[in-house]
Design a protein around this ligand. Structure first.
Ligand code: FAD
Length: 467
């Protein structure tokens, strides 16, 4: 395997310091990824410091009533949750292995697909249980990460992390910028905060209102309106239904819609269409099959962009059509591994357990427990991956999509092997895949009806040893 390659020994030690049993590591972000990274780093003997610009831990799961003032932009708001959001996978699959996400006496929502408040409660409990809160510096935003070159100019001697902390002093908000040096940096800043918009011909002259799902919280503003929702991934599915409860009509533009309008059964005022052809000055939105509606609003449920503003000027990685690269197995820039790493980039998988595996891999690579291939080998692997994607006709934006073709869990198994950890449990995979499949056939009820009681019993039996 890559992990046993001899090439590693020949790495230029002048350029890259050797692994250290204990490194001082800056972790950027205290969402699910940053929290589990801090845990794994400390378990390995490192000293993590977690920088978090929000006032608490939990990342995306901290529901924020206040949306961006710019309905199509990030507007400095991190959260993208809407008030009615419930998880889109069952809790027993979603949680970290040894800290089960099960309903208990502290639960605020014991359902199997709970509301967002329950996930935040779980992540906060995870942070308390593993004593991580003392590692987190809240209201502290990392503004730049720069390589430090040693005196001779030959090698990397750590990273200068500059950050801005906000404090209330004498009733006034004060900001202070400081810098510190770290041996390594782990980037866990999340990727559901920077809206991606659909390009629509004629939209500039179209008189209606537009909103991205990043800024959607509640449906009230759509009362009695005709609304076009673009995109039918989990957010588009939920938000179109939320809005259909108050709007006159909801028309969803969806890549895979059959030709012609088609109403769904549970909502008589909700229609599916192919993608949008153009928008017109008289308020019409025209779909690719020629159908048209006069709409008051368009809601873009079209996803998000990866963004690393604190790295931008340094050229370590670039983002091209949502491909963050070059990165070996979504984690390490080959030339700088393991000194800087990215946790949490993949999507369409069972994310918390993936974050845990990635974190263990990073922690082990930093200490020298896990050997990485040479930078050249890692780069070759990245290039082979890109060529393979191209040959299959997959766009760059699918780079970090782990469920692009089928849920094989190949990546997750590979990571577990590198780390010397058990593979993700079989029940977790089967429950997850079945839940995803139910979404398309039982969209209205998949969160409240299921037929996998046997698997569920197996999961609870397995998890009970950690409770
Ligand atoms: P985040 O949770 O986004 O955390 C990143 C943290 O970094 C934030 O706290 C942010 O404030 C901080 N940060 C960013 N930049 C800086 C900086 N410069 N300095 C300091 N701090 C910084 N996943 C599931 O498993 N199940 C679901 O049902 C599910 N539903 C979802 C629904 C929605 C609407 C969205 C948007 C996502 C959903 N996800 C779901 C995916 C979710 O993003 C992951 O579960 C997970 O929470 C991501 O964790 P993260 O730590 O990578 O990122």
């Amino acid at each position: 395997t890559h992990a046993t390659t001899r090439e590693h020994a020949s790495r230029d030690l002048e350029t890259f310091p050797p692994p250290m049993a204990s490194s001082r590591v800056a972790v950027i972000g205290a969402g699910a990824a940053g929290l589990v990274a801090a845990r794994e780093l400390r378990r390995e003997g490192h000293s993590p410091v977690v920088f978090e610009r929000a006032a608490g831990v939990g990342g995306t799961w901290r529901y924020d009533d206040a949306a961006s003032a710019d309905p199509l932009g990030a507007g400095g708001v991190h959260g993208s949750l809407y008030a009615s959001l419930r998880t889109n996978l069952p809790r027993e699959s979603m949680g970290f292995l040894d800290f089960p996400f099960v309903a208990d006496e502290g639960s605020v929502d014991p359902r199997r697909f709970p509301g967002h408040q329950e996930v935040l409660r779980y992540l906060e409990a995870f942070a308390r249980r593993f004593d991580l809160l003392g590692l987190v510096r809240l209201e502290t935003e990392v503004v730049s990460v720069r390589r430090r070159v040693d005196g001779a100019g030959a090698g990397v001697a750590g990273w200068t992390v500059s950050y801005c902390s906000r404090k209330l002093a004498g009733g006034e908000l004060q900001e202070e910028e400081q810098s510190e040096v770290f041996d390594a940096v782990v980037v866990c800043n999340g990727h559901f905060a920077e809206p991606r918009l659909a390009e629509i011909a004629g939209i500039d002259g179209w008189p209606g209102k537009q909103l991205h799902s990043h800024s959607y919280r509640v449906p009230d503003q759509f009362h009695g309106q005709v609304v076009v929702v673009i995109g039918y991934h989990p957010s588009g599915m939920d938000i179109s239904r939320d809005i259909a409860g108050v709007a006159k009509e909801v028309h969803v533009a969806i890549r895979s819609a059959p030709c012609g309008m088609q109403s769904t059964t549970a909502h008589a005022n909700l229609w599916l269409h192919p993608m949008i052809e153009c928008a017109e000055e008289d308020g019409s939105v025209v779909f690719q099959d020629g159908s048209r509606v006069k709409a008051d609003s368009v809601v873009h449920c079209t996803g998000y962009k990866y963004r690393f503003p604190f790295l931008e000027e340094d050229g370590m990685v670039s983002v091209d059509d949502n491909r963050v690269g070059p990165l070996y197995k979504h984690v390490f820039p080959p030339q700088m591994a393991p000194h800087i790493s990215f946790i949490g980039l993949p999507f369409k998988s069972i994310l918390f357990p993936v974050f845990r595996l990635q974190s263990n891999w990073v922690a082990g690579a930093l200490s020298g427990r896990i050997e990485l291939p040479s930078p050249e080998e890692m780069m070759l692997d990245v290039m082979a991956f890109y060529s393979d994607m191209e040959a299959r006709g997959w766009p760059k934006r699918f780079t970090h999509n782990l469920g692009v073709e089928a849920w094989t869990f190949e990546y997750e198994d590979w990571l577990a092997e590198q780390c010397g950890l058990d593979k993700m449990e079989e029940w977790r995979r089967v429950i997850y895949v079945a839940a995803r499949a139910r979404v398309s056939v039982r969209l209205e009820s998949y969160r409240d009806e299921w037929d996998d009681d046997q698997l569920l019993a197996q999961a609870h039996n397995d998890l009970s040893k950690y409770l």
